[in-house]
Design a binder for this molecule. Structure first.
Ligand code: ATP
Length: 391
């Protein structure tokens, strides 16, 4: 199933049903630029559900999701098809989600972000509906808003403008740029929910030229405005490399870096907050860790900390070698004995068993134990010592 097959099916549906249906947004932009876009944006004047259902039947795929604004999402081979109802939008205040009403295609194009994203092609035709001179801006490689209130209506468009400009190597048109600066200065971004900010930053981090993009975002003072920290591209790149080496998903680490030392942590997930808390404990242990060379001592300090926290601290405190040693050679060492063996020796307290196993592992790392028998004998020694201390 190719892209043209999907569009031909849509054309048939539109002819049979007589519903005004358009290719829009990023799909049209990229088509004119000759870029292959796997997202097909479709807008329907009226019953989007009907078009989505008919297309889903003919493609033999289900409707995967529907969004709050009546958008139906289908996946067919490599393509994602978004079918939305044409709508008009009103923004009651900056940063909040808009009030939405069904509308015609012209209203729908007028609610969009930039001129290059506001063109439509009626399905089955080659005509470009271009109310805002998007074609001209595409030629001039410019990102331009449709009106002066665009960023106050929806400040997330600031990220979108920067993202598109960086990705396509476009300039941000002069007035648009000054509107961005003004919106930042007026603090509009702080009115946007943290979930939406996080989503925008995640999209930025998915871009090929993400480091240039983040530098630009930082230079505009956006991180600062949001109470976040920008640790610089070198740090983030090193973090990414080190995380990938240990098969850790880097996304969480970027966000931890944006929160570490900043005023705002609300954008972190619960798990990331836990990681950051343990990073703060690790910070205090680093001076001691730096002095230790023996494996058993490194084990004692780092044991139990989550891997993402260790990766982060490794880069942040320039102790990657020690963290690598721990993750590659110390932590994976498995004992021959288990908790059950210790239980078999009459100890039932879980905490005590854990402590004994840790002691055996420390001894094992100092390489004086090499068999199960050695380990069992060492446990006996510990138990005897404990008994003597009790007396
Ligand atoms: P990408 O290639 O990153 O997916 P896209 O232009 O397809 O870029 P989407 O986020 O998929 O971006 O949005 C599709 C279209 O919806 C955009 O081209 C634009 O017309 C419109 N749009 C999306 N987000 C906004 C927004 N915040 N404000 C106004 N219009 C928007």
């Amino acid at each position: 199933m190719g892209k043209m097959d999907i569009i031909n099916l849509l054309r048939d549906i539109v002819r049979e049903e007589g519903i005004g249906t358009y290719l829009v947004g990023g799909y049209v932009r990229d088509k004119i630029l000759g870029i292959d876009n796997k997202d097909i944006d479709v807008t329907v004047e009226g019953n989007a559900k009907r078009v989505a259902e008919l297309l889903s039947n003919r493609l033999g795929v289900g409707i995967k999701r529907t969004s709050q604004f009546g958008t139906y999402i289908l996946f067919a081979s490599a393509y994602r098809i978004d079918i939305a109802t044409a709508r008009s939008e009103q923004y009651p205040s900056p940063g909040t989600l808009p009030l939405v009403e069904p509308g015609g295609i012209l209203e729908d194009l007028s609610r969009r972000d930039f001129t290059v994203n506001s063109m439509a092609v009626p399905i089955g035709t080659d005509t470009v509906i271009d109310l805002f001179n998007g074609l001209n801006d595409l030629k001039k490689r410019l990102i331009r808003v449709l009106h002066g209130k665009s960023f106050s209506e929806d400040p997330t468009r600031i990220f979108r403008a920067l993202r598109f400009a960086e990705r396509m190597d476009f300039q941000i048109e002069k007035i648009t740029m000054s509107l961005i600066e003004e919106a930042i200065e007026k603090g509009f971004l702080s009115k946007v929910s943290t979930a939406r900010i996080r989503n925008e930053l995640t999209l930025c981090l998915m871009e090929k030229k993400r480091w240039d993009l983040l530098n630009r975002i930082a230079k505009l003072g956006i991180f600062k405005q949001l109470g976040m920290v920008y640790p610089g591209r070198n740090f983030l790149q090193e973090l990414e490399e080190f995380a990938i080496k240990f098969m850790i998903e880097p996304e969480s680490l970027y966000f931890i870096a944006f929160a570490d030392g900043g005023k705002n942590r609300n954008f972190l997930t619960k798990k990331e907050t836990k990681f950051l808390n343990s990073i703060e404990i690790l910070y205090k242990k680093i001076p001691c860790l730096k002095k230790k060379e023996k494996r058993e001592d490194i084990f004692t300090i780092l044991e139990g900390f989550p891997h993402p926290s260790l990766i982060y601290i490794g880069v942040k405190m320039s102790i990657r070698e020690k963290i690598s040693l721990y993750l590659e050679e110390i932590e994976p060492v498995r004992l021959e004995i288990t908790g059950n063996d210790i239980r078999g020796m009459g100890i039932s307290n879980g905490k005590e068993i854990g402590e004994i196993l840790r002691s055996v592992k420390r001894k094992r790392l100092s390489s004086s134990l090499s068999s199960k028998e050695d380990e069992m004998n060492y446990v006996k020694e510990i138990l005897k010592k404990n008994q003597d201390n009790d007396i």
